[in-house]
Design a protein around this ligand. Structure first.
Ligand SMILES: [Zn+2]
Length: 224
């Protein structure tokens, strides 16, 4: 091989190596960028992530499971304890006034049957139609050594559970169809309320803050 040609081939070989190194470096940089183009730090390979805390409001592994699917993400209108008036209500027209004793889980966008589940082991102690709810039932249960009651409101009356024991995760009823007798004219949603004693109390709104203190925010069951 003539000397000139040999130098030429060596030059080409070096060029190819340089191009590969540059290409490798470029691709590595690109893989560190997220879809917004922002550079994110890659996790250190020596760090082991050990989950020690359960995410808030998603803990269903203990005594309680959700009373309805998508329980936390569908609480979008009436939270626990908010003061509702016909003027300020997120629901219009509004016929109620007072502190909301539970949470409302919204299902207006769903047209198929929406099941509700026993959120814990307990006893159904009331199951009937009540003014303001349509179908409603109440489960008595013990939490931290104390009796409580949980109210499920706006249930299809024909699906109401019988009185007696229910097991956690049992499908025990379905939501009523909105704007009719099954929900007493209300939109399709579950009103879910926890009373911190064993009484049967159907009130969906408390008139004073001291009355409201008999109820607790149901989300606290999932944040032990
Ligand atoms: Zn409600």
């Amino acid at each position: 091989m003539p000397k000139n040609r040999r130098i030429f081939f060596i030059f080409i070989a070096i060029l190819i190596i340089v191009v590969f190194i540059l290409l490798f470096y470029f691709l590595r940089q690109k893989s560190r960028q997220n879809t917004n183009g922002a550079i994110v730090s890659s996790p250190s390979p020596t760090t082991t992530i050990t989950p020690t805390v359960t995410p808030t409001a998603t803990n269903q592994s203990g005594q309680f499971t959700y009373p309805i699917n998508e329980f936390t993400t569908r609480i979008t209108k009436k939270l626990f304890g908010i003061y509702i008036t016909p003027q300020n209500s997120p629901i219009q027209p509004e016929r109620f006034t007072g502190y909301h004793t539970g949470v409302d889980i919204e299902y207006q966008d769903v047209t198929t049957d929406v099941p509700v589940y026993a959120f814990t082991d307990g006893e159904v102690v009331a199951s009937q139609t009540v003014l303001g709810y349509g179908g409603v039932f109440i489960i008595k249960f013990t939490w931290n050594g104390k009796e409580h009651t949980a109210l499920y409101g706006h249930i299809r009356p024909s699906s109401l559970p019988a009185l007696g024991h229910v097991n956690k995760r049992d499908k025990i009823a379905v939501l009523g169809t909105g704007y009719g007798s099954e929900t007493d004219g209300e939109r399709r949603h579950l009103h879910f309320a926890i009373l911190s004693d064993a009484r049967i109390d159907y009130r969906g709104y408390a008139q004073t803050q001291s009355e409201l203190s008999s109820w607790i925010d149901p989300l606290t069951l999932y944040n032990p």
